[in-house]
Structure formats: C-alpha cells, structure tokens
Design a binder for this molecule. Structure first.
Ligand code: DC
Length: 231
C-alpha cells in the first residue's frame, strides 16, 4: 500500500510516519526534509540570504542538488543526504524552518522534488509525509491521513524539541514561526496545503504517541480489509 500523511507544521506527522514504517516494515520518506535540503543548499551557496533570493538563480541551481535518504540501522531511521553529505541535523534548525516555505512555493522546486517523491512510491510499501502527498504526489494513495493539533500544543512540542537540540529560543518565537509557515503553506499558488477529500483527519492534541499509532494502524487495517473485499 501507499500511505500519505499530510498536515500542518509540528503536528507529529513524522513521528507517526516513522512509527508506522517501523511497525509495518514500510519505507518512510520525509518529503519536508527534501524541501529543507534544497533550502540549506541555497543558503550554503549564498543564493538564499536573509530570506532573499533571485528565483532564476534558484531554478538554475536545482541541477546541482542531489538528495538521498540513507537508512541508519543504529538509529532505526533514514537520514537525509545533500550531495553525498549527511545533513539530517542541519536541516532541523529554526533558521531553515523560517525560510523553507518561500523556497517550497517555487514551481520548479516542487516539480523536481515531486518527481523524485513519486519515484519512491512506484513499488508501494511507502509512507510519505508532507503537505501535498495525498493531493498531488500520490492522489491515489490507499490510505490518506491528515494530522491536526491545537496551535499551543504544537508550539510547545516544537519548542521542547528545538530546546533539546540546543537551540536557545522562546516559546512565542516558535509559535510565530509555526503560524507563519501554516499561512504560507496554505496560501501558496502551487499545491497549497489542504486536506484531500478522501483523507481521514486525526487530531492528536489529546492523544499519546501510542494512541495515535494504534488509531492509524486501525485505519490502515480497515482499509486493507476493504481493499481485499473489493478485489
Ligand atoms: O514537514 P516539514 O516541516 O519538515 O516541512 C518543511 C516545509 O517544506 C514546509 O513548511 C512546507 C514544505 N513542504 C512542502 O511544501 N510540501 C511537502 N510535501 C513537504 C514540505
């Protein structure tokens, strides 16, 4: 099966996707990491500076960007590589989060990444999370989940996550960054964040990770049965 998980920033999409992939023995693809990798590359090359860039230069640079996921057996998760270098840690900073939405709104960037994402799904057995997986990348996904959670809860989770990684921030700054990203992701012209008509919404504001995993597994199991009956 192909499983698409979409939703707002910091809604626990990747936590759920990773746990599902480990439980079901599926491949997990973090599509957000790919947009983050492009953003990091543009910052490293100076094309993206203080939020400013020339779109033509970004498009020109795309041919020099190669993104891979390599499974780290010790950590039991796949890590993102940019042109052969492990950038898993570097792409999770607030500096990248603040600039990634502008880069991900560029049509040519999306075209390149969507086509790579679709190639990951050819054989099935894939769980991918992002913003447009159920609507654009895999519109025929067997299971589509759409994650939501209350704003304050999301901000607190992200704040604690960043703090653990050593970023010195205040909660208000994280809250603002999340709201801004939601707004940009929902209001861009190309493939904006929206819930697919056939997606099942999971609000995890009050759910533990285990509850959330159990609920998603139940939804997947039900869908599997329905597909078996239909066939
Ligand atoms: O899931 P994330 O927070 O790591 O994603 C980072 C950004 O990448 C997000 O703010 C918007 C963009 N993105 C996107 O446009 N489409 C996707 N499928 C995944 C992420």
């Amino acid at each position: 099966m192909t499983i698409a998980i979409d939703g707002f920033s910091s809604c626990g999409k990747s936590t759920l996707a990773k746990e599902l992939a480990n439980t079901l023995n599926y491949i997990y693809v973090d599509s957000g990491a790919m947009y983050r990798a492009v953003t990091l590359h543009l910052m490293n090359t100076g094309i993206l500076k203080d939020g400013h860039f020339i779109q033509e230069q970004v498009i020109q640079e795309l041919k020099d960007i190669e993104i891979q996921f390599v499974y780290n057996a010790e950590q039991k998760k796949s890590e993102t590589y940019l042109n052969g270098v492990n950038i898993e840690k570097e792409i999770r900073t607030l500096a990248i989060s603040k600039q990634v939405s502008a880069i991900s709104a560029i049509g040519e960037v999306r075209e390149k990444l969507v086509s790579i994402q679709q190639s990951f799904g050819v054989k099935g057995g894939v769980i991918m999370d992002g913003r447009d997986i159920g609507t654009v990348v895999f519109p025929k996904a067997d299971v589509k989940l759409f994650m939501v959670a209350e704003n304050d809860i999301r901000a607190e989770r992200r704040y604690l996550e960043l703090k653990e990684k050593g970023e010195n921030l205040n909660l208000e700054e994280v809250k603002k960054s999340i709201s801004r990203r939601d707004y940009l992701d929902m209001n861009r012209d190309i493939s904006p964040l929206r819930k697919a008509a056939d997606a099942i919404e999971i609000d995890n504001s009050e759910l533990s990770e285990q509850d959330q995993l159990d609920l998603a597994l139940q939804i997947i199991q039900d869908k599997k049965k329905a597909l078996e009956v239909a066939n």
